[in-house]
Design a protein around this ligand. Structure first.
Ligand code: AMP
Ligand code: GLY
Length: 423
């Protein structure tokens, strides 16, 4: 098979790595890709939002399956463009990707189908939002309706902060049109878990669990980022929690989307908060998590391409997902200053060490070639991943492996997986 992957981050590197392991894969392309992905795929200089160019490329190269890694093209309708051209593509159509693209849509869906989530109200009028806040319980959470690179969520500790938040999102439009509508929701406390699942429109099959670390600094301080590290599985996602989510969240979400005429095919990412009142949905995403994919895919025993084809063909019920009985930890190496301001273009050394070792991986997020050197080219630069027999071993291995890599302004969190010690 000829495969095209759309995206350029650490998640797409993990997807390319998994695709390359498939006996079905003869040739892999990635648009636009990065310096790490280039080891498995021929990188093509077409942007992820250039749907017509991508579809033309897929036709010209006779691509058998295109895998969309990123949220923006999915929410923008890339799958519909490919399908209209008769191309096979893995991912939800625009009318289903809205589960990630609009928080107001996903909250209303959960309410209508009684899927557990935080209590909320939606607002398009800033005055009404401000009036509502006067009598609301604090802390409270404000969310821009649309896509905002994971940064459109404001946790406000008091009324003053909440009012300032309405101004930021709705009046100053810090996240552009994403803030035309906002969701104001109850603040929840508990452990967070990410659960990724393959979906074929009817059937949903969950992968092993993971936990992300969204804040930039140790101790969950600093600004929200795209994700500074992950571990898998989550020791807090017990068999009981899983059984509850299967009954009340995953299949009900699939059935709700189908009932709404929006059958969901692709990867559904459910962000859960394990509250005292049971698991509740924080958010849905319509694609693999980044950096969740980096710890989940290396533990998957199945041929990822076979599973994706089963999703596209509506035959996921015939597949049994299997994961290794071990653990994996990913520590992101970032450019110091991320997510605010940082420098790029520094040479990265030590990447070759990973080629000699089983169970260690380095997934590139923001890198590029500069002649025959690989240099930093983003805020998140690399995801260093190691497996271990258990979470503690995986964490020790991953942190040891971060020392193999060297570049100017290298920054990492030192407490990825600290929660493991409390399990
Ligand atoms: P989201 O993009 O909706 O997942 O939100 C980003 C992050 O904000 C989540 O991973 C949580 O850490 C936090 N968050 C979102 N909603 C809530 C909530 N209702 N209560 C507490 N924290 C939240
Ligand atoms: N790691 C969170 C996300 O991919 O949205």
């Amino acid at each position: 098979m000829k495969i095209l992957i759309v995206g350029s981050g650490g998640r797409e590197h993990a997807i390319a790595w998994a695709a390359a392991r498939s006996p079905k894969a003869e040739k892999i392309y990635c648009a636009p890709g990065n310096a790490g992905i280039a080891e498995y795929a021929e990188c093509v200089d077409i942007g992820a939002m250039e749907f017509d160019k991508l579809a033309a490329f897929a036709k010209e190269k006779e691509i058998d399956l295109t895998i969309i890694g990123m949220d923006d093209p999915l929410v923008g309708g890339i799958v519909d463009v490919f399908e209209a051209e008769g191309l096979r593509v893995f991912g939800p159509r625009k009318n289903a990707a809205i589960i990630e693209g609009s928080k107001a849509f996903s909250k209303d869906l959960m309410k209508k189908y009684q899927i557990p989530t935080a209590a909320y109200e939606t607002f398009t009028d800033p005055e009404k939002a401000l009036t509502y806040l006067e009598t609301a319980k604090m802390p409270i959470v404000l969310k821009a309706d649309g896509l905002a690179l994971g940064k459109g969520v404001l946790i406000c500790k008091d009324l003053e902060e909440a009012k300032a938040g309405v101004k930021t999102l709705m009046l100053d439009k810090q996240f552009g049109d994403a803030g035309n509508e906002i969701v104001i929701e109850e603040f929840m406390t508990g452990r967070e878990v990410s659960v990724l699942a393959f979906c074929d429109g009817k059937t949903i099959k969950c992968m092993t669990s993971a936990q992300d670390h969204k804040r930039a600094k140790d101790g969950d301080q600093g600004l929200n980022t795209g994700g500074m590290g992950t571990f898998s599985p989550s020791p807090f996602y017990t068999k009981e929690v899983e059984a509850f989510c299967e009954e009340h969240i995953y299949q009900p979400t699939m059935d709700a989307m189908a009932a709404e005429g929006r059958p969901f095919t692709g990867i559904l990412f459910t962000g859960l908060m394990l509250t005292e009142d049971g698991p509740k949905v924080l958010e849905y995403n319509a694609r693999f998590g980044d950096p969740e994919a980096q710890v989940v895919l290396p533990r998957m025993k199945n041929d990822m391409i076979e599973v994706m084809e089963a999703c596209v063909d509506g035959k996921l019920d015939e597949i049994e997902l299997e994961f290794e009985d071990n653990a994996a930890v990913c520590v992101v190496l970032a450019s110091d200053g991320y997510p605010e301001s940082y420098e790029k273009g520094f040479e990265i050394r030590g990447l070759e060490t990973f080629k000699e070792k089983d169970d260690y991986y380095v997934f590139h997020a923001g890198t590029k070639f500069d002649g025959d050197k690989i240099v930093t080219n983003g805020g998140r630069v690399l995801g260093v991943v190691a497996k271990g027999d258990d979470l503690k071993a995986a964490r020790a291995n991953a942190y040891a492996a971060t020392e193999w890599i060297d570049f100017a302004n290298k920054y990492k969190r030192n407490d990825i997986g600290k929660a493991i010690d409390e399990a």
